[in-house]
Design a protein around this ligand. Structure first.
Ligand code: NGQ
Ligand code: ZN
Length: 461
């Protein structure tokens, strides 16, 4: 039997099931998921328990190459803003070839870590100096290439970027590579659609960078025209990550960023509000009610000293969320989930903080929620192991020290809340094809050679 996999144990949207047969079509979409079958019936047999692959809802691919390069005290008041200066200097060095090599390495690492989809919040558009490339979509196309060649599902979100701060301040010279306008963006999307048509593994949306970088009129115009051109396409925005941003927004508008956005734009399930770190209780409630996704990037938020998301209240209110590795100082979905929970424990001095009476199995609850929210943010059919969704799955090693002898309901806690230097993620399937087998990605050695050469170029530049 081709395009079929049998798993003795599999995590479905309804929970753990036994003797599950998965079948999928040539687009990589599941056509049937049958539980309690009598056996493999000629299908390939999964080497361990099967769980759905996780979407990564926030990535700036080029930042993978600067991981670990900003961990020294420069400015005595070192902060997000001094980190950003260093990040801008690094962004000047990126060219099409280095971006492609870094993205290929990053997507390989993500797949091995269990991320089978990524949303690229992509804002380095132009040449150094700000001149568009001969193909204005050059750098976007390199990300598409890296994703397709590694087997990573991609939602490409070209970034709209116009200003250096609230009140439509003129951009800084170091932002020249990012600057564009809504019509340029809509043309870019049309040309990308033509060069690389969407399919189950690739889709497009847009990312107004932040309320700092895009003014109200452009934001309105962008979202209206986007949904004429690409109905239902996702819109992601950075919001309320730093208190300075909140203060500047209040000074200009009298409202905090999340409150302002919810009041002035039709924020709904197509939207992903990345970070949303600083919320007043009314904002938490309104954001949960909007059905937008909160994009939690716990390791980056910790690294940059952002603050702690209002997770306990937001989840109690049924708020939707997913995880992103953002600056890629860590590429580990289990670390994102764990740190999200641990940030709440440290703040509130309690345990199992994000679990609820209805969902006492914390690891399973976190996993299933981040999966559903992440899938919504991708705008692609990646919402778990059910008919019509992509065959994106992970095969766990049941003999791993953190899983061995455990009942089904303890497996995800063994994955998420134990960390002992080896991962129990054994094989990874993306769109019906195994891209990682026994913890090795099919093209990882060429990828690694290319990455090392690119990193040398970037460090020498
Ligand atoms: C970014 N990253 O666009 O890469 C941002 C920093 C900004 C994070 N916020 C730049 N983590 O927000 O202005
Ligand atoms: Zn970001």
């Amino acid at each position: 039997m081709t395009n079929a996999l049998f798993a003795q144990d599999a995590l479905l949207p309804s929970g753990w099931a036994q003797n599950v047969l998965f079948q999928w079509d040539t687009h990589g979409l599941l056509t049937s998921v049958t539980t309690d079958t009598t056996g493999p019936a000629g299908a390939e047999v999964a080497a361990g328990p099967v769980i759905p692959g996780m979407p990564n809802l926030h990535s700036h691919a080029f930042q993978r190459a600067m991981a670990g390069l900003t961990e020294y005290l420069g400015d005595p008041q070192d902060s997000f803003w001094s980190w950003r200066k260093l990040m801008y200097q690094f962004a000047q060095k990126i060219d099409p070839d280095t971006l492609e090599a870094v993205a290929r390495q990053l997507y390989t690492e993500m797949l091995k870590a269990g991320y089978t989809s990524v949303c690229e919040f992509h804002y380095v558009h132009h040449d150094v100096g700000g001149k568009p490339y001969a193909n204005p979509a050059e750098l976007s196309a390199r990300l598409v290439k890296a994703a397709s060649e590694t087997g990573m599902g991609l939602t490409l979100l070209p970034v709209l970027y116009q200003h250096s701060g609230f009140g439509e301040k003129a951009p800084l010279p170091e932002q020249a590579r990012f600057i564009n306008n809504p019509d340029w963006m809509l043309n870019l999307l049309a040309s990308l659609e033509q060069q690389h048509p969407a399919h189950t593994g690739l889709t497009y949306g847009v990312a107004p960078h932040s309320l700092r970088a895009v003014g109200p009129a452009a934001l309105q115009y962008m979202q209206q025209h986007l949904h004429q051109q690409l109905p239902g396409a996702p819109i992601h925005i950075h919001i309320a990550e730093q208190t300075k941003e909140v203060d500047d927004c209040v000074t200009l508008t009298g409202q905090r960023p999340v409150a302002w956005l919810l009041d002035h734009l039709p924020v709904d399930e197509r939207w992903c509000l990345v970070h949303a770190t600083h919320l007043q209780p009314e904002e938490t409630a309104a954001m949960a009610a909007s059905q937008a996704i909160a994009g939690i990037c716990a390791t980056t938020e910790a690294n940059l000293g952002d603050g702690i998301f209002d997770g306990v209240n937001y989840l109690q209110m049924g708020g939707r969320w997913g995880i992103g590795s953002d600056s890629h100082i860590s590429v580990s979905m289990v670390e994102e989930l764990r740190l999200f929970e641990y940030s709440q424990r440290l703040r509130d001095r309690r345990r199992n903080a994000l679990a609820t009476a209805d969902h006492p199995n914390l690891a399973e609850y976190l996993y299933q929620s981040a999966l559903a929210g992440g899938a919504q943010a991708t705008g692609r059919p990646v919402n778990g192991l059910q008919t019509g969704q992509r065959a994106d799955l992970l095969v766990l090693d049941a003999e791993h020290a953190n899983l061995v002898h455990k009942p089904q309901h303890q497996l995800l806690a063994g994955l998420v809340f134990c960390q002992h230097n080896t991962t129990p993620i054994r094989d990874v399937m993306s769109g019906g094809k195994f891209v990682v087998k026994q913890q090795v990605h099919a093209t990882e050695s060429q990828t690694s050679t290319g990455y090392k050469a690119a990193l040398k170029t970037l460090l020498d530049a």
